[in-house]
Design a binder for this molecule. Structure first.
Ligand SMILES: Nc1nc2c(ncn2[C@@H]2O[C@H](COP(=O)(O)OP(=O)(O)OP(=O)(O)O)[C@@H](O)[C@H]2O)c(=O)[nH]1
Length: 782
């Protein structure tokens, strides 16, 4: 049954049988319906024709008798008196009736034809047909009447009233018909409804059978209507045809017609058994055909399927050949579908080959990757026995290189014996599915028994029904060593940070203080506990020293990283502390933010020294006035300032007279005192904005801004007078000192300090020339 051919053959056979059965059943049912319709139609035709025919016969006799009675118009006496003659005149009625009779008004037979002995003189006064004729004065047809003494002589009496000339009842003309006489139903017996079908006539009033092929049923009570309900309905006046059970319990086609002129029902009954006989024969023949089809179906189906599957068989061979590589494509002659299947198989095999090659390439790639990996990679079976190891595993696990030496060994053998008991429970949990994997730091046996510290990861690999475990070992001995040395380095770093003089603050990635050394605590005015974990920006406010502009650590981290920056630190007690900040940011891999190392060096002393040097470079230490360099700088600034040059400015050169003598007589110290006193005079007489300098020795140079020459001359005269009145405090009598002063106005065309100084010098020299202790403002005409 597993063979496709057998299944197809059986399927085809069954299909054939089912189709034959189905068509046979259909044609049987169709035929049966047609036969039924035909037989019923035939029965209806027969019964209708018979009913009409008998009805016509009855009506003809009825009319004949009526006409005869109507033609008489005799009174009762004449009827009695001339009865034989009257009846003689109606002998022509003998062709239609078995006998004719004349009754007087009292119901006595007064004449009959043919004459029957003993009939004349008998009274029918008590008979229903006579009474109804007399009472209704209308023609009547009696119920069947059985003639006494002769069972086969049953009669139907037709009666018609005889009226006298006044329309009074005078007698009755009667005609009898024997049921068995040929005049009424005689030819009915010749009508055949198949072999077993029959016609019957029953009266509705007295429920007697008056015709039946079985003579013994005639004049017997009609069939029981409870056993033959269709007949019962016909007695109620129903006309029609149907299929029902006959009185004998046999199913039959039935047709009933009620007659118009007499109270009778004509029925036709045709047993189904015979009605359907033609179709039954056909059904039997069909059954034979089905049987034959069933017998032939399997061999025919088998043969047909064998033919149809021939190309498929060939396809199988081709596919096998292709599967083993003997052929590259499948070509087959057959149906279009098979050709398409062959093409699809060719494509599938092509794709399979491509995928196999790709898989092989990938496997080679991964194998090479595994073999070259510094990670130890190994696979075990469900029991933990090694099925694959890469080179790194062999090295780390101290396993032999030859496959036969490690294949099938338990992986735990490669773990250092001291740690096997620790790892075993984890392995068992993984093995029994209680865990999906595990991670352990442990030691492997290592080469020549030197344990190697490794990170071991185990994963469960379930592929269908095959359970494997994948182990990955990573040599972490170097990393651990590096970690140890890093920790030592860190300790050293911390010791250094603690011992250095500079303030150092470390922050985490969120700029929160993670370390603050003692100098930093002092500088920022806080202790380690209150700084720890808080944002550094809370304690550090910075500004550029020159501009005073505030700057944040974040900005410095972006712009001045790892560069020493001179800044002013505003301490918590609002002191400005000069510092040099070196800010480094250590970026962690993959992180947006970094750790900050903030080194703050106290810059107060250096900044103070620098200020002093700067001051000394431009000032005279004895008088605290600007020196030559300072003066030249101020004069250069003036020349470069267009706005100031647009005003009147005066440059003055002053040289003391015979100052040498002061030194000589009062000592160098007295000379110094004089120089300082003169500086004080100048500072008193000039504005703060003016420039006062000592160029060297006893020589002074001045710049009077926004000042006319005359005004300047007046000021310098006052100065000269002050100096002339000056007496050295140490030795007031030693000598007196005076000053020769030359001044010049700065001209708009002046560009070089030297030219202006030279002009002023020249006037100063002129003052000396003219006798000293004077102010010279003009040179010749200037
Ligand atoms: N006490 C003192 N003396 C100084 C200083 N610098 C220069 N001198 C002296 O000042 C004197 C200047 O003398 P001279 O340049 O010859 O001029 P003078 O003596 O004033 O003579 P005339 O200028 O010609 O009137 C020298 O004796 C210097 O030694 C100083 O800083 N302190």
């Amino acid at each position: 049954m597993k063979s496709l051919r057998t299944r197809l053959a059986l399927f085809c056979s069954l299909l054939i049988v089912v189709v034959v059965l189905f068509t046979s059943s259909l044609s049987y049912l169709e035929g049966k319906a047609r036969v039924r319709s035909m037989q019923l139609q035939h029965l209806e035709d027969v019964v209708t024709r018979l009913s009409d025919d008998i009805d016509d016969r009855v009506r003809t006799r009825h009319v004949l008798l009526e006409q005869a009675a109507a033609s008489l118009q005799l009174d009762g006496n004449n009827i009695r008196k001339h009865a034989p003659e009257i009846l003689h005149g109606f002998r022509y009625l003998k062709g239609s009736f078995s006998s004719i009779m004349l009754f007087d008004a009292e119901g006595n037979v007064v004449a009959d034809y043919p004459e029957l002995p003993g009939r004349r003189g008998t009274s029918v006064l008590d008979r229903a047909y006579f009474a109804q004729t007399r009472d209704t004065l209308r023609s009547q047809i009696s119920e069947p009447v059985r003639v006494a003494g002769d069972i086969k002589r049953s009669l139907i009496i037709f009666t018609s009233p005889i009226l006298d000339e006044h329309g009074q009842f005078a007698g009755v003309l009667g005609g009898s018909l024997e049921l068995f006489a040929p005049e009424l139903f005689g030819d009915l017996r010749s009508i055949a409804i198949g072999g077993t079908g029959y016609i019957n006539i029953n009266t509705r009033a007295s429920r007697l059978t008056i015709f039946h092929p079985d003579r013994s049923r005639i004049m017997q009570a009609s069939p029981d209507t409870s056993r033959d309900p269709v007949f019962g309905r016909a007695l109620q006046g129903w006309d029609g045809s149907t299929e029902s059970l006959a009185a004998n319990g046999e199913p039959a086609l039935m047709v009933y017609r009620n007659m118009k002129n007499v109270n009778w029902v004509v029925g036709g009954v045709f047993p189904l058994r015979e009605a359907y006989e033609p179709i039954s024969v056909m059904a039997r023949n069909h059954m034979l055909i089905v049987l034959l089809a069933t017998l032939l179906a399997f061999p025919v189906g088998w043969w047909g399927v064998h033919r149809l599957l021939g190309p498929l068989q060939a396809l199988r061979g081709k596919v096998q050949a292709m599967a083993f590589g003997a052929e590259k494509s499948v070509k087959i002659q057959g149906s279009h579908e098979l050709e398409m299947l062959a093409q699809t198989l060719t494509d599938v095999f092509g794709e399979r080959e491509r995928i196999s090659e790709e898989l092989a390439a990938r496997e080679a790639f991964f194998r090479a990757l595994n073999e070259s990996s510094p990670l130890g990679i190994f696979v075990t079976d469900a029991d933990g026995l090694l099925v694959y190891c890469n080179r790194a595993t062999l090295a780390l696990g101290g396993l032999a290189q030859r496959e036969e030496d490690w294949l099938g060994r338990h992986w735990l053998d490669a773990v250092h014996p001291a740690q096997r008991d620790t790892i075993e429970p984890e392995w068992q949990a993984l093995r029994h599915g209680d865990a999906a994997g595990f991670y352990q730091l442990c030691h492997l046996t290592g080469v020549r028994g030197v344990p190697i510290r490794v990170e071991l990861r185990f994963t469960r690999l379930q592929q269908g029904s095959i359970l494997r475990f994948l182990g990955v070992v990573h040599d972490v001995s170097d990393r651990e060593e590096a970690l140890l040395s890093m920790n030592a380095e860190r300790e050293r770093g911390m010791a250094i940070l603690t011992s250095i003089a500079d303030a150092v603050v470390l922050t985490n990635q969120l700029d929160e203080v993670s370390y603050i050394n003692p100098p930093a605590q002092r500088l920022l005015g806080l202790n380690a506990e209150e700084a720890q974990g808080r944002s550094l920006a809370l304690f550090v406010s910075l500004a550029y020293p020159d501009s005073g502009q505030a700057v944040s650590l974040a900005t410095l981290a972006e712009t001045r990283m790892a560069v020493p920056v001179e800044l002013d630190l505003l301490s918590r007690d609002m002191r400005l502390q000069p510092v040099v900040l070196t800010l480094s940011v250590v970026q962690a891999a993959g992180s947006m933010h970094g750790y900050k190392i903030c080194v703050l060096h106290d810059d107060s002393e250096r900044r103070r020294r620098e200020r002093k040097h700067r001051w000394e470079a431009t000032h005279d230490a004895l008088t605290n006035l600007l020196n030559r360099r300072g003066f030249l700088g101020a004069l250069t600034v003036l020349l470069d300032n267009g706005e100031a040059m647009a005003q009147n400015n005066v440059v003055v050169m002053m040289d003391l007279d015979h100052f040498k003598q002061v030194n000589d007589s009062g000592g160098h110290q007295a000379g110094d005192q004089i120089l300082q006193d003169i500086a004080a005079i100048l500072q008193k007489r000039l504005r703060n904005t003016d420039v006062i300098s000592r160029l060297g020795g006893d020589e002074f140079a001045l710049i009077l801004y926004n000042c006319t020459r005359d005004t300047a001359q007046g000021i310098m005269e006052a100065v000269r007078g002050d100096i002339a009145r000056l007496r050295p405090q140490s030795n007031p009598d030693v000598c007196r000192v005076t000053a020769s002063i030359g001044l010049t106005q700065v001209q708009p065309q002046d560009t070089r300090p030297h030219d202006i100084i030279q002009r002023a010098d020249l006037r100063c020299y002129q003052a000396k020339e003219q006798g000293r202790n004077r102010v010279v403002a003009t040179l010749g005409s200037q």
